[in-house]
Design a protein around this ligand. Structure first.
Ligand code: DGY
Length: 411
């Protein structure tokens, strides 16, 4: 084992709170949904039992509706805003009121593959919970065809220009007074701006005022957008859930139906003028007009689209390290501001899975090598400037360590 493997393990162990892992101390002191699932992939490289525990802890906080929340506030940590009192979801332990992209079935399938015997009972117990989460996505969030998000945080790509158009329709001027904590931990120049934060809080307050009622939020929330990344991640997860179901001898009809419906909705994500899959503001019927790394997950969903393939290469070739989160040629590209340009190791990993599945092995390997270089040069940071490799955001980051162990550091 090399020294970076050791460091990656140490980071996972340091961020490990026993049955769940925090993304990084200070900035993100609770359990985050997709961070946690990716942590499980990293743990599986040296401790399969701990990997299953991570997934089990996440699903222990599943709502009766099937929704799996994006944050679980296991223990009090006053250094984070918005904390459990602000979300006020009435869950025990407290949780946020929105979800995050469903990578769990995909990672659970990988973890199971790594040790079939050790995972046999664990995956059997998790299967109905994952099924219920997918059912929630398909019946609640996909009623307009593609998968929608009701808050930019639900996409996990918080301030991506994908959401600018939808955020225009949100009034953040009347939010209750609050104090941000994120900018105490990292450079404010690399975080979302104040105006965006006011709107994040306004959308949250709307959900809370609806008692987190799904139907009321879908019908009336000030923010509702279709998300190519959420759609592609869900499609891929459906496929992996079908494989799990078959191996367990479970019926796959319902999942196949969801997949067929969602696949049929993919063409509606295509913005002809932009020549790319694109997010769309459903409140005002307007495209985001942004090419983002989220749209590059089409391979991961098993979709082939030559026009989109060219888009990836154009964006990728315009930088030095990894896939940029926003098209470098766009005016809105900011190489160090959160989701407005930086490259994210875990997104690179998901995109590379898709490239490999499509038989594009050289591209998948190029992406791995560039991600490896980012981490070797810069350390286990949250994200990186794709033009010069500068490390950004939180340090000692769980999903960067996990991705190193599971993919980037494996030659
Ligand atoms: C944050 O606090 O920045 C998170 O991304 C919300 O999930």
């Amino acid at each position: 084992m090399n020294s970076l493997d050791n460091t990656a393990r140490e980071i996972l162990e340091r961020n490990d709170k026993g049955r769940y892992t925090i993304p990084t101390s200070g900035l993100y002191p609770y359990q985050w949904n997709w961070d946690s699932v990716l942590a499980a992939w990293g743990f599986a490289t040296f401790d399969i039992d701990r990997a299953w525990t991570e997934l089990e802890t996440l699903f222990n906080s599943q709502w009766d509706s099937g929704m799996v929340p994006h944050i679980i506030f296991h223990e009090d940590s006053p250094g984070y805003f918005p904390g459990p009192d602000i979300w006020d979801t009435g869950q025990t332990p407290p949780t946020s009121g929105i979800s995050q992209p469903p990578v769990a079935a995909t990672v659970a399938a990988k973890v199971w593959e790594m040790d079939r015997q050790a995972g046999a009972e664990r995956i059997r117990a998790l299967f109905p919970k994952m099924l219920a989460w997918h059912r929630w996505y398909h019946t609640v969030r996909c009623v307009h065809g593609p998968a929608t998000i009701t808050h930019p945080w639900e996409s996990g790509r918080d301030n991506c220009p994908d959401w600018d158009i939808g955020m225009e329709g949100v009034d953040g001027s009347g939010v209750l007074p609050y104090e941000r904590c994120d900018t105490r931990h990292v450079d404010p120049e690399r975080r979302p701006q104040k105006e965006e934060y006011d709107k994040y809080v306004a959308i949250l307050e709307f959900g809370r005022n609806c008692g987190w009622n799904d139907q009321a939020i879908m019908e009336n929330s000030p923010f509702l957008m279709t998300d190519p990344a959420m759609t592609f991640i869900l499609l891929r997860a459906d496929r992996d859930l079908i494989d799990i179901a078959r191996a367990l001898g479970e019926d796959t009809t319902e999942i196949e139906g969801w997949m067929a419906d969602l696949s049929a909705a993919v063409p509606s994500l295509w913005n002809e003028e932009l020549g790319s899959y694109d997010a769309r503001d459903l409140r005002r019927g307007k495209w985001a007009n942004n090419i983002s790394s989220g749209a590059f997950l089409h391979f991961y969903a098993g979709i082939r689209n030559p026009a989109m393939d060219k888009r990836i290469l154009d964006a990728w070739d315009a930088v030095t390290y990894g896939i940029p989160s926003t098209d470098p040629k766009a005016d809105r590209f900011e190489p160090q501001r959160y989701w407005r340009g930086p490259s994210w190791p875990f997104m690179n990993a998901l995109i590379a899975i898709g490239l490999k599945d499509a038989g594009l092995n050289l591209l998948a390997e190029r992406l791995r090598r560039e991600t490896e270089a980012l981490i070797r040069q810069g350390g286990f940071y949250e994200y990186f400037d794709p033009t010069n490799g500068a490390p950004c955001g939180g340090s000692d980051f769980t999903w960067t360590a996990a991705i190193w162990l599971a993919w980037a550091g494996r030659t």
